[in-house]
Design a protein around this ligand. Sequence first.
Ligand SMILES: *Cc1c(COP(=O)(O)O)cnc(C)c1O
Length: 388
Amino acid sequence: MSETGAVPTAPLRARAEIDLGALRANVRALRARASGAAVMAVVKSDAYGHGAVPCARAAVEAGATWLGTATPEEALALRAAGLDTRMLCWLWVPGGPWRQAIEAGIDVSLSGMWALREVTEAARSAGTPARVQLKADTGLGRNGCQPADWPELVAGALRAEAEGLVRVTGLWSHFACADEPGHPSIAAQLTRFREMVAYAEQQGVRPEVRHIANSPATLALPETHFDLVRPGIATYGVSPSPEIGTPADFGLRPVMTLSASLALVKHVPAGHGVSYGHHYVTPGATTLGLVPVGYADGVPRHASGTGPVLVDGKWRTVAGRVAMDQFVVDLGGDEPPVGAEAVLFGPGDRGEPTAEDWAQACGTIAYEIVTRIGTRVPRVYVNGEQAG
Ligand SMILES: *Cc1c(COP(=O)(O)O)cnc(C)c1O
């Protein structure tokens, strides 16, 4: 199966079809764009809702040599599933599973002295050095070590390295505004990153990888690539922002198609209120289609009255409120059969809306649209074979 359109619709209430062939092609496109750098496929949050294990496998098949997760639990789950690729996880709280991460050979990120203390203690009891990457806050103002605190963290890490408790494998940071081309913070963060890396290296740190590039930086800012790039959203074929381009502009193809089977098609008279609160009232006699997915499945309630859906070749709009398990579209008198496919979003080449269209309709970003699709929606993997 090489085309989404060729895939038969299973009789499911709803399905998120995940095109692993598209994912592999996206990883290859990202490798080509960042030639000279290794690619870390970011598979946090269940691979942005696409399914961490199958997506991580496909990314590795396509040449990603690192996997990135937010939490250590996410990385440990990938190891448990048999993925033996290098991995980095960066979101730790005190008491985290340092020792398990060390024993699983997972690189861990440190943003402060508390984390260095915990990881060295765990390394001592494991009898194995921890692979640590020091994270610099070069201006994002979120996680990462402030420049003023960097000398203390670098010195502490070097002491622990001298004691054989850690190996400093990476120096890294994260952008605040890489998706806004020309934003002055980009150059400022890059300068700060170079300074903080240079300081650590002067002190004796010998990192395997220095990295700062997320998807928008990977796609549009070659000077940010260093030794490794960390694309997340682009791996899934979604553009980080409409301003920097469409997926097709970068040779990327959306991986997820979300669809549902119409659960009811019925005639209603003019003036009929639709769904909770009656925020939509039929302007004339019409037909309504019941789409059996709702906010419990991750369809944003903010899509009430705005979300686009392809039914029977036509774009329809969510009529009235999105409820927990279902919403309604006005079919304008058309009578598609019950069970007909309603496509919420996909690559767009069958005329269906994209995750970006949903983001615009809901006042959010496409990242949130795909990531929030819930566990009640089965993921159906296609093109899983290495062929495509
Ligand atoms: C999520 C994340 C990424 C990937 O970001 P995208 O914009 O999805 O490419 C990279 N690095 C870190 C630290 C992240 O948290």
